[in-house]
Design a protein around this ligand. Structure first.
Ligand SMILES: NC(=O)C1=CN([C@@H]2O[C@H](COP(=O)(O)OP(=O)(O)OC[C@H]3O[C@@H](n4cnc5c(N)ncnc54)[C@H](O)[C@@H]3O)[C@@H](O)[C@H]2O)C=CC1
Ligand SMILES: NCC(=O)COP(=O)(O)O
Length: 332
């Protein structure tokens, strides 16, 4: 049996990430087909363990290669930072987050990790710390030297979504939709469906405007961009079920046996998926050389430190990353 090495980044130390990671390590650490490298400051992880009501000792090592291959779990050293407070977005919290992300990305770049799972990050804290990229997708792509298209995808059970745009202001969405970006998001999503289930994806594309723009009266993106992209995708051999209004496309998942929905902006897919299952929706960074997965749940500042944060979302993300890493290895 092959061992999968997963880098687990705890995320923003002011949020619920450290307590969720403590619970996850307690549940998944020591599994003989896994090695887990935890990228989190010692003090922050200790706080997470205390909040979660756990007291296991986790060794601290200098590098991933020092962790025993089967069932090994350890904290990577050098990631302690201070000055952040629970439940507050701060430059100090952002600095700690970025140090852990950089360490994990560099271990991945050196071929030491099969997948990365990260606890909730706070993009505002990362900005306060001077992070210039829009989000962690762009952080990872630049740190890993990826120059091609990358996009965020979401998964819940057998259903996937891929976002044509994501962390941009709503007023910029229409200007950032193009035939090329719709095709690229669809290709990334279809690849994820195939590697997670072995299936050729049955795909639906959501429109942008109300009622698909009512023939152009409420917006022309459907006519000028989205329909031509669908035609091109069909020519490329993709099984695309249609251009459907965004407010009803998710109702078609069962009847039309859809595997993948292409959404035009962040909340179009996220509202549907989080309402269908907040605790089991994962976010996958598509277009990167290894699976990088997180929960779609955030830093939850309102409940930090209270042991109320549900670890199900991060656990689902971890299990998905594990499966995708095995599929990636088999496909190589
Ligand atoms: N995986 C990631 O890195 C994610 C990060 N975020 C970041 O989180 C920050 C806050 O975002 P919000 O939109 O306020 O969303 P949020 O998910 O942090 O909070 C929304 C609501 O869900 C609850 N909640 C979240 N996680 C929970 C858990 N594990 N158990 C029980 N309840 C939970 C919170 O208490 C809150 O009431 C932002 O900076 C955002 O960028 C948001 C989503 C995912
Ligand atoms: N990049 C992952 C992430 O931020 C997850 O939350 P969101 O994409 O829903 O903002």
């Amino acid at each position: 049996m092959s061992v999968t090495t997963i880098g687990l980044v705890a995320g923003d130390p002011s949020g619920v990430g450290p307590e969720l990671c403590a619970k996850l390590v307690n549940a998944k650490g020591r599994q003989s087909d896994l090695r887990v490298a935890v990228f989190c400051g010692k003090g922050s992880f200790r706080d997470g363990m205390r909040i979660a009501g756990l007291d296991a000792e986790i060794p601290v090592v200098d590098s991933v290669s020092s962790i025993p291959e089967r069932g090994g779990v350890a904290l990577i050293s050098g990631l302690d930072r201070d000055g952040y407070k629970p439940g507050v977005a701060s430059a100090e919290g952002g600095t700690a987050t970025l140090a852990a992300l950089e360490s994990a990305a560099d271990a991945a770049g050196a071929g030491q990790l099969d997948a990365i799972v990260y606890g909730p990050l706070n993009k505002q804290a990362m900005w306060l710390a001077g992070h210039k990229a829009i989000d962690e997708l762009h952080f990872f792509s630049s740190r890993l030297g990826v120059t091609g298209f990358c996009c965020e995808m979401n998964n819940q059970g057998a259903l996937w979504t891929a976002r044509v745009t994501s962390h941009i202001p709503l007023r910029a969405v229409a200007d950032n939709i193009s035939v090329e970006s719709i095709i690229a998001a669809t290709v990334a999503g279809a690849k994820a469906v195939e590697s997670s289930s072995g299936k050729r994806a049955r795909i639906a594309v959501a429109g942008l405007n109300p009622h698909l723009g009512e023939g152009g009266a409420m917006g022309t993106e459907e006519i000028e961009i989205i329909l031509p992209a669908i035609e091109r995708l069909k020519e490329l051999g993709y099984d695309v079920a249609g251009l459907y209004p965004a407010d009803t496309v998710f109702l078609r998942v069962g009847p039309e046996k859809l595997d993948l929905i292409i959404t035009m902006f962040h909340d179009q897919g996220q509202i549907a998926l989080k309402t269908l299952g907040f605790a089991n929706t994962s976010t996958v960074l598509g277009g990167l050389p290894l699976p990088i997965v997180t929960a779609s749940q955030g830093t939850a500042y309102d409940i930090v430190g209270q042991n109320r944060a549900d670890p199900a979302g991060l656990t689902a993300a971890f299990d998905l990353a594990h499966r995708l890493a095995i599929a990636t290895r088999k496909a190589a």
